[in-house]
Design a binder for this molecule. Structure first.
Ligand SMILES: NC(=O)c1ccc[n+]([C@@H]2O[C@H](COP(=O)([O-])OP(=O)(O)OC[C@H]3O[C@@H](n4cnc5c(N)ncnc54)[C@H](O)[C@@H]3O)[C@@H](O)[C@H]2O)c1
Length: 294
């Protein structure tokens, strides 16, 4: 077993920020850190009402710390720095920042350029904004941890979604770069790369429609929208957001960089690297199969 790359992270008594925490994986991470004794978890989400509502419900559950919901568009660098300043002056230094908010399009090369730019801003630049604000402080304090949510799409292409595949590769590249460049200065970095997780994003719906905060709704392929990305996941093992959150918290506790709750993803990534042409030929066959099956 390789020596762990990061200092093991224990959320007890820590200050944690989770972007996109008003739904899906972010809400489950918030619940898990709160349960494991975080002093404060701040949900920073585009949707202010849902942010506050989810924070209130999680705070009422198991755990003694504070859970606070605020509004943030993670694509806005200035607003991100202002929020980080506000959290640090109100609650103390941020120990863990989870750059988790992300968006998908279900579209290909025809995607409007404004949408390409928006996906780039949310799925990649948001991580850069947070890192620009926090890394100098963490170096000065001798510690701090950045968890970014990429996707299995960072390691193997996501069928049916070009902007998603490209930006998730970018997110993993950025996390790797920060880990290599700033790891020796005490900056911890982890990158979450799950395959299908039962959340509104996977179902192509909004969180309000999905309303699955408990993670208890049973999975049904019939619930998927008709997009290619949604059809592609019918061939995958879909995990609940809560089990992903437990896996992530355990992996942070072991100081791991690459977090793959679906272990088969590592095997796929290995096959892709070993013989990329063969891998692409196999993916072409899967794409053709999905094209035939509306
Ligand atoms: N669900 C999956 O199958 C899956 C698989 C791999 C990776 N991921 C990634 O996990 C992360 C979380 O996705 P999820 O599945 O929980 O989706 P979700 O749609 O349930 O939650 C995403 C949350 O992000 C918020 N958000 C969107 N844009 C934002 C912005 N600009 N600023 C702030 N908040 C914003 C939304 O309001 C929502 O609350 C994403 O980065 C996603 O790409 C999801």
């Amino acid at each position: 077993m390789t020596k762990s790359l990061n200092q093991p992270f224990d959320p007890r008594d820590k200050v944690v920020v989770v972007t996109g925490g008003a739904s899906g994986i972010g809400a489950a991470l918030t619940r898990e850190f709160h349960k494991r004794g975080a002093a404060t978890v701040v949900i920073a989400d585009l949707n202010a009402d849902r942010s506050r509502g989810v924070a209130g419900r999680i705070a009422a559950g198991k755990g003694n710390g504070a859970v606070i919901g605020v509004q943030l568009d993670v694509a806005d660098g200035e607003a991100t720095t202002e929020l980080i300043d506000r959290i640090e002056s109100d609650h103390g230094p941020i120990d863990l920042y989870c750059a988790n908010a992300g968006i998908a399009t279900g579209s290909g090369v025809e995607t409007d350029v404004d949408i390409w730019n928006r996906v780039w801003s949310v799925n990649v630049m948001a991580h850069v904004h947070a890192a620009r604000a926090l890394i100098p402080r963490w170096i000065e304090r001798g510690g701090g941890h950045l968890l970014t949510t990429a996707s299995a799409a960072a390691l193997i292409t996501n069928l049916g979604d070009a902007p998603y595949s490209v930006t998730k590769h970018g997110a993993l590249a950025f996390a790797e770069w920060v880990a290599i460049t700033h790891g020796a200065q005490g900056v911890g970095v982890s990158c979450l790369c799950p395959q299908g997780v039962r959340t509104p994003l996977l179902f192509g719906s909004s969180a309000d429609e999905f309303a699955d905060l408990s993670g208890g709704t049973s999975w049904s392929a019939d619930d998927l929208d008709g997009s290619m990305a949604a059809k592609a996941v019918q061939n995958q093992r879909v995990l609940g957001a809560d089990e992903v959150a437990v896996f992530v918290a355990d992996a942070l506790g072991r100081g791991e960089f690459l977090i793959t709750p679906h272990e088969e993803v590592r095997e796929y990534a290995q096959k892709r690297t070993e013989d990329t042409d063969r891998w692409i030929a196999g993916m072409r066959k899967l794409q053709a199969h999905l094209d035939q099956d509306p």
